[in-house]
Write a protein that binds this ligand. Structure first.
Ligand code: ATP
Length: 242
């Protein structure tokens, strides 16, 4: 289980990114973070993976634990080695490298005894299109294929938790559904926990089991996604229903 308690994040010494945020991602679950632009969703993921210093951000209060161990002070590569892999918004893939080279580059983080080829084969089983494209430059892939590759890079690392930032961004609804079906399979079959940041509340509430709604850096509402989907405010502000 990944757990955040009383987290405060400050950027550039003055700008509040998060204040007193607490949340839990139980083993094997999909948990969604919802909220408007600037609510603190991406900051939460960056705090977990320790990417904040790159943007002059800092955790000033609180704890982040993985199975009871404090991971707050660990370097980003050590957090990856503990099994927490951050799939960043904007599909960070190496565009001048082939699909397979992108997967090879992720093997630095690989754990377990599974061979490199077996790890790649597993990625290709979940995303058969990547197998067809394995010798193509990632920069020439479609947006959906790049998102698949970004998730595939996480899979190579044999993660326990994937931090998934806006996987639906800029993609056509059909592709979004296809990608989420595969994410759900990965969650189910590999027991990987997923902390999902999504602007698309409809899809987040469909695939996650529990959700938190962030506003100004802290959680103002939490509950099972079934309860959240029935909540009038959620329906009005996030699902576009009146
Ligand atoms: P979005 O969907 O727009 O990414 P978000 O919910 O992910 O929104 P964050 O990006 O986490 O929100 O931003 C939370 C707060 O922290 C905002 O007030 C934002 O302006 C501030 N913030 C985020 N990144 C930085 C940064 N690099 N430097 C300064 N302030 C930042």
């Amino acid at each position: 289980m990944l757990e955040i308690k009383g987290l405060e994040v400050i950027y550039q010494g003055v700008i509040q990114g998060l204040s007193d945020l607490s949340l839990k991602v139980p083993q094997g679950s999909i948990v969604a973070l919802l909220g408007a632009n600037g609510a603190g969703k991406t900051t939460t993921l960056k705090a977990i993976s320790n990417f904040l210093p790159l943007e002059d951000g800092r955790v000033t209060k609180g704890t982040i634990t993985l199975e009871g161990d404090n991971i707050l002070k660990l370097a980003p590569h050590e957090i990856v080695r503990r099994g927490v892999f951050h799939v960043r918004e904007g599909r960070y893939v190496f565009s001048d490298m082939t699909v397979e080279e992108n997967l090879i580059a992720a093997t630095f983080a690989k754990k377990g005894s599974q061979s490199r080829q077996a790890a790649f084969d597993e990625v290709y089983t979940y995303f058969p299109i990547l197998s067809q494209r394995r010798r193509q430059m990632a920069g020439y892939l479609s947006g959906g294929e790049q998102q698949m590759l970004a998730i595939g890079r996480a899979l190579v690392a044999d993660p326990r938790v994937i931090l998934l930032d806006e996987p639906s961004l800029g993609l056509a609804p059909l592709i979004v559904n296809e990608i989420f079906e595969i994410i759900a399979r990965i969650n189910r079959e590999k027991k990987v926990s997923i902390l999902l940041v999504e602007q698309n509340a409809m899809i987040a509430l469909k695939y996650a089991s529990y959700g938190y709604v962030l506003e100004s850096g802290h959680s103002v509402l939490e509950g099972t996604t079934q309860d959240l989907a029935a909540n009038k405010d959620i329906q009005k502000f996030y699902l576009g229903r009146v």
